[in-house]
Design a protein around this ligand. Structure first.
Ligand code: BES
Ligand code: ZN
Ligand code: ZN
Length: 503
């Protein structure tokens, strides 16, 4: 997939040398203004007549194709913007994603895209521009590299998009917004590419290579901790998950050094199970292929680090991605085994399928040992979070109210919805072990919380949050900026969090 070239112009929409003009009509408005009025004049009033006759309603998702008339473009696409009252940056992003896919289906080529949607003035032009760019690039995302037949790939192309603003001043603000939106969307699509790739083509070794290539390209430091080094560091919890696999484990560390005074980096730590069979406690066959996405947390950390490298916040950030397969080979961990994490705490492995918390124990302990704060881990940790929150919101488990507030602010900007889960001390009773400091399962009740409780032991008193994304890791159908397949959540929330803490 090649992304369209995005640019911003403050010029006259009718004069641009493009193939298609996209303009927006709000729901329930009788009077046309700005770009829509210009399109109406160029089409001898066709637009106004179609609205009057109820053929164009402005409902969100509606698209109507007209001949370009006196415009330089041969074709005009009129898109419904929805109700002006309901309009915000999230509606802008959603509408942009849907419109971009419609334009691709029409083989729209070079597009002049009116930004004078509706409710002009209610959203900051830079914020609206960022959301629009995210919608276009995320909405056009496809993972089709393994279709060898051309016919199985989407036909049609959007080769360039010029966002046409009403004035030169708005265009300046929008240019800034588009740059941020492009960084966010490309980072999300990078995370999606890693997570969508089947597990035979996205082993820990291949993940490490992608991390190194990305780091070299974007100017980050990258270190891969190999098995021998992990043994020396005492990462027995993480390594115990790799015991049943022929693939060598790779513990990825990325560093971004901001120019800020605060020296302690923010840590982003992602679960990187490139395939989760369950290990000795093997999973049922039905649906197991979904477990190629069990490295989505690691993918979102790599994606976030890529955007951070481009947007250059003042805060420093360390990205940690402990990667391994979870396989039932001859050397695999057995239920009842006791393993030791790098900070010396022992864990009784009751169920080898609760492996995410085992790799994160060492991931979080490592980041803490590096002096990082806060510690934010991202993981497809439990089926239980999907039972609790479904595919709408991911769960946040944290020991710190201020960090929760930061995450909520970041989520309000990204539109990636979250929900705080309770973390009462009493839940810890469920993971008390008879033979070790803690055991890795706590039974079915409150399954996402007991998982979080284990990880919390390795964060100690350091501000920490655990994002359980098992429900939202993938998407079932195309809608707005979301495309069927792995979602790339919560890359943009992580990046906004880092940007906000840099202000
Ligand atoms: N990777 C799974 C969780 C998961 C399930 C992610 C569905 C995405 C979609 C995780 O490693 C796992 O198997 N968790 C177990 C924990 C249990 C054994 C305590 C679960 O949720 O059943
Ligand atoms: Zn598992
Ligand atoms: Zn897993």
């Amino acid at each position: 997939m090649t992304n369209p070239e995005l640019s911003v112009s403050g010029g006259n929409i009718g004069q641009l040398d493009v193939d298609t003009v996209l303009c927006w009509v709000p729901e329930g408005s009788a009077r046309l203004s700005g770009h829509a009025a210009a399109v109406d004049r160029a089409t001898d009033g066709a637009l106004a007549v179609m609205i009057r006759d109820g053929l164009i309603t402005g409902r969100s998702g509606e698209t109507t194709v007209l001949h370009g008339g006196k415009l330089r473009a041969k074709r005009v696409v009129v898109a419904g913007a929805g109700k002006a009252e309901a309009f915000d940056a999230h509606a802008e992003r959603r509408n942009a994603g849907n419109a971009a896919r419609t334009l691709r289906g029409l083989n729209a080529g070079r597009v002049a895209w009116s930004t004078q949607s509706y409710a002009t003035g209610t959203v900051d032009p830079a914020v609206a521009a960022a959301a629009r760019a995210e919608g276009v690039l995320m909405g056009l995302y496809r993972f089709d590299k393994h279709h060898t037949r051309e016919a199985d790939r989407p036909r049609g192309a959007v080769t360039s998009v010029t966002f046409v603003e009403a004035s030169a001043r708005a265009a300046t603000a929008a240019t800034r917004g588009v740059a941020q939106g492009v960084a966010m969307a490309e980072a999300t699509n990078f995370a999606r590419d890693l997570a969508n790739e089947p597990a035979n083509l996205m082993t820990p070794t291949i993940m490490a290579t992608h991390a190194q290539e990305m780091a070299a390209r974007e100017g980050l430091e990258c270190t891969i901790i190999e098995r021998a080094e992990a043994e020396r560091l005492g990462m027995g919890s993480y390594l115990s998950v790799a015991n049943g696999s022929h693939q060598p484990p790779k513990f990825i560390v990325l560093r971004y050094r901001g120019r800020g005074a605060q020296s302690a980096p923010i840590a982003l730590i992602g679960k990187g199970i490139t395939f989760d069979t369950g290990g000795t406690s093997i999973k049922p066959a039905a649906g197991m292929e979904r477990m190629k996405g069990d490295m989505s947390g690691a993918a979102s950390v790599l994606g976030a680090m890529m955007a951070i490298a481009r947007l250059k916040p003042s805060a420093s950030v360390i990205g940690v991605a402990p990667c391994t397969e979870n396989m039932p080979g001859g050397g695999a961990t057995k239920p009842g085994d006791v393993v030791y994490a790098m900070d010396g705490q022992s864990i009784e492995v009751i169920n080898t399928d609760a492996e995410g918390r085992l790799v994160l124990a060492d991931g979080v302990a490592y980041a803490k040992q590096q002096g990082a704060t806060p510690l934010i881990d991202v993981a497809t940790l439990t089926g239980a979070i999907n039972v609790a929150l479904g595919k709408v919101r991911y769960g946040v488990h944290t020991n710190n109210d201020a960090l929760m507030a930061d995450l909520e602010r970041a989520s309000a900007l990204s539109g990636e919805k979250l929900w705080r889960m309770p973390m009462d001390k009493e839940y810890e009773d469920q993971i008390k072990s008879d033979v070790a400091d803690v055991k890795n399962t706590g039974g079915a009740p409150a399954g996402s919380i007991t998982g979080a409780k284990l990880i919390e032991k390795f964060a100690g008193d350091t501000p920490w949050a655990h994002l359980d994304i098992a429900g939202v890791m993938d998407v079932e159908r195309d809608r707005g900026e979301w495309v069927k397949g792995m979602s790339g959540q919560p890359v943009r929330t992580l990046v906004h969090l880092v940007l906000n803490r840099s202000k």
